[in-house]
Design a protein around this ligand. Sequence first.
Ligand code: F6R
Length: 236
Amino acid sequence: MRFFTVSSYEELSRHAANLISAQVLMKPNCVLGLATGSSPVGTYRRLIEAYRAGDLDFSKVISVNLDEYLGLDGKNDQSYRYFMQTNLFDHINIDPANTFVPNGCADDIEAECVAYDQRIEDLGGIDLQLLGIGLDGHIGFNEPADYFEKGTHVVDLHESTIEANARFFAREEDVPKQAITMGMLPIMQAKKVLLIANGAAKKEIMQKAFYGPVTPEIPASILQLHPDVTVIYSEN
Ligand code: F6R
């Protein structure tokens, strides 16, 4: 594991965007596993800048996102599909047909989960998985539990996750209580993992996740077992 402590969110974003750029340059048809939330916004902004400068070409890139709220369709401005469109996809030359986000409105959610895992497998797995981390140690929406869940599944969001995400909604009661999330298997099978986190509030969970015991009670701790993980943390 490479653990970088940097001094600002800007530095974190630059560093993360450089690593993703390197992946795209080395393998133009790579599969990127992408995350939403506040952590990757600066990284995506820098990737857009690199694309506009003519330094990056996303035309052959395939993306698979980690998660989606249950019951929100892509037109809902709180959905993760909408987030990805507005924060990245609409501003680069990625083929829309090559961008995958779990469908939180599928009629048959179980079938959607199975199909999502199959899609990742058919793509040959993920080359680089970008992750944030929740205050309770979740990655994707794999919340603390008694065991690590392997495949894509529906999850009840923990109270702390609902509270943390309430900042994106008009009222806390508007935050969906369930989500569909990629499980641990494709994350652990990703060739490279890049986890970014910022803010003093995440200092304790970062310590536990990367220097404490590996336990499903701190889902991100499983990354200690991954052979190629880069972590970038800024306290500011
Ligand atoms: C989002 C996701 C979540 C977030 C985590 C941190 O797709 O998978 O695990 O990465 O909740 O969110 P932020 O970055 O908003 O602190």
